[in-house]
Ligand binder design. Structure first.
Ligand code: PHE
Ligand code: NA
Length: 501
């Protein structure tokens, strides 16, 4: 019943948790690389357009759905119409899958935090990462466990389970209230240090110098929408679940804008910090920033940064700041991802919070340890991540927008709701964007991604491998959505009327 539902202590707790979820690995390692490859300074235009036309509108859709229909994703979608429940479970499944691999990257960051102190990666950080550390076996699936990953991963899982077990207010909220301000301070310190490095200006020039021709490239626009979706953690149940714990009177509109602004500021800061640092490296090697390699993703954080840290005066301190930031940003996002399945299972199977956390978290922990603590972790992770984000999340966003607009015809009601609880006024523009623009734009993106994955094997892995890992993950999400929505509810879900605004 409504009275038993957990709640944030107030809007501030919710806001910090929402920022904690949004600010993650995507801000620190994804944004700088994507922006650099997609036109540098000119990328800010498609990025801003994507943020305003899709990011914030879907964020507000997630908020309004969770807040008005007060439930986990399956409960909310079922309350919009019985046959829509499967979409909720699809979102739950996406979150579950992401949780299983997100953890291992946090573990890497924690280990590298330790390695920074003694510069343990030595002369050849690439070999160290792939060989010594991951003991990477390439694009296969093995059962050879790497102890240096397995044990810390087990610890991370225990920490996550304890925090989620403590509940929304005592667990999630307290963790974010400690970790997010800490993250802001450490990260800002790192960025400030970076901009005073020799050569920093060249790095910033490389980052911000606009390549206007990029604006004519459809791929750049797709990259911008993809970045914004991933970065805001929208359309797969996270913000919906979080906002269901908000008190009735909550300023949703303003909170949404602040969370989105904080997330984007963090990305820009990361871009500045990363490129100032890359400028230093280029200067040390006497080359242009444009000639540097390894500027994206996993390699940027775990190979290129270690190289730079080794060259830098005070490198160990810089390394500790960087990897602690990565750890904190990742950990607070991980908490939010797991809350999605945990809340759903609690409600559907009438479980206590502890039982649901233990069940969901335990299952996710087992799967993630089995798949990602082994010598085959890198390729599996990379492939599952690509398919989940480019196909799973995009499909979920399209379905959510279409279903809210046309299936359940709830946009006018949700708009009224937003306006009843917010100080900011959400106009008709919101309905146009959610109902028409977002589905069209995202469908184009989805078709493009599908075309790519069927014509070329992702990242040049063998076909059999990408098909098993990538489509396997997507199929698993779809099937579990159908199966779970067919199971009987153990808690009353249907006798629900949204309270009047
Ligand atoms: N938004 C997070 C980021 O930018 C990523 C994330 C993905 C968070 C999935 C939660 C769930 O890194
Ligand atoms: Na983000």
């Amino acid at each position: 019943a409504e009275t038993e539902r957990e709640q944030w202590s107030g809007q501030y707790g919710f806001l910090l948790a929402a920022i904690g979820s949004a600010v993650g690995l995507g801000n620190i390692w994804r944004f700088p690389g994507v922006a650099y490859e997609s036109g540098g300074g000119a990328f800010l235009i498609p990025y801003l357009v994507a943020l305003l036309t899709a990011g914030i509108p879907i964020l507000l859709l997630d908020y309004s759905l969770g807040h008005r229909y007060r439930g986990s994703a399956p409960a909310v979608f079922r309350r919009l119409g019985k046959r829509f429940e499967a979409l909720g479970w699809f979102q739950v499944a996406i979150s579950f899958v992401i949780a299983t691999y997100y953890t291992v990257i946090i573990v890497w960051a924690i280990r590298y935090l330790g390695f920074s102190v003694t510069l343990a990666w030595g002369e050849d950080p690439l070999n160290f990462f792939i060989g010594d550390f991951l003991q990477d076996a390439g694009a296969t699936v093995t059962t050879d466990v790497v102890g240096g990953i397995f044990w810390p991963m087990l610890l991370v899982w225990v920490a996550v389970l304890v925090i989620l077990g403590l509940g929304v207010r005592k667990g999630l909220e307290v963790a974010n209230k400690i970790f997010i301000p800490l993250l802001a301070v450490l990260f800002l310190t790192m960025v400030v240090r970076a901009v005073f490095l020799d050569g920093a200006a060249d790095g910033l020039n490389a980052f911000f110098t606009p390549d206007w021709s990029a604006l004519a490239d459809p791929n750049v626009w797709i990259a911008a929408y993809g970045q914004v979706f991933f970065s805001l953690s929208i359309a797969f149940g996270i913000m919906l679940t979080y906002s269901s714990y908000l008190k009735r009177r909550s300023n949703l509109g303003a909170t949404g804008f602040v969370a989105a602004f904080a997330n984007s500021s963090f990305e820009l800061l990361a871009g500045i910090g990363v490129f100032a640092t890359l400028g230093f490296m280029a200067a040390q090697q006497g080359i242009g920033v444009g000639e540097l390699e390894g500027i994206t993703g996993v390699i940027l954080s775990f190979v290129t940064f270690p190289q730079i840290i080794s060259m830098m005066p005070g490198g160990p301190i810089f390394g500790v700041l960087f990897f602690t930031s990565l750890t904190l940003a990742g950990f607070t996002s991980l908490l939010s991802i797991l809350q999605v399945p945990s809340a759903a299972i609690q409600e559907k199977f009438d479980l206590s919070r502890r039982a649901a956390t233990l069940g969901v978290g335990g299952a996710a922990a087992l799967i993630s340890l089995a798949l990602y603590s082994t010598t085959s972790s890198l390729a599996v992770l990379d492939t599952v991540d690509y398919y989940t984000n480019n196909i799973g999340v995009v499909a979920s966003a399209i379905l959510t927008a279409v279903l809210a607009t046309f299936g359940a015809r709830k946009l006018p009601e949700l708009q009224r709701h937003l306006n009843a609880v917010s100080s900011t006024r959400i106009g008709t523009w919101w309905r146009v964007l959610v109902g028409i623009f977002v589905p069209v734009a995202l469908t184009i993106m989805l078709v493009w991604s599908l075309y790519q994955v069927v014509t070329e094997p992702y990242s040049e892995y063998p076909w059999s491998f990408v098909n098993t890992a990538g489509w396997g993950a997507v199929a698993l999400m779809a099937v579990s959505a159908l199966v779970l929505s067919a199971v009987r509810w153990r808690r009353p879900v249907d006798d629900f009327t949204p309270s009047p605004d």
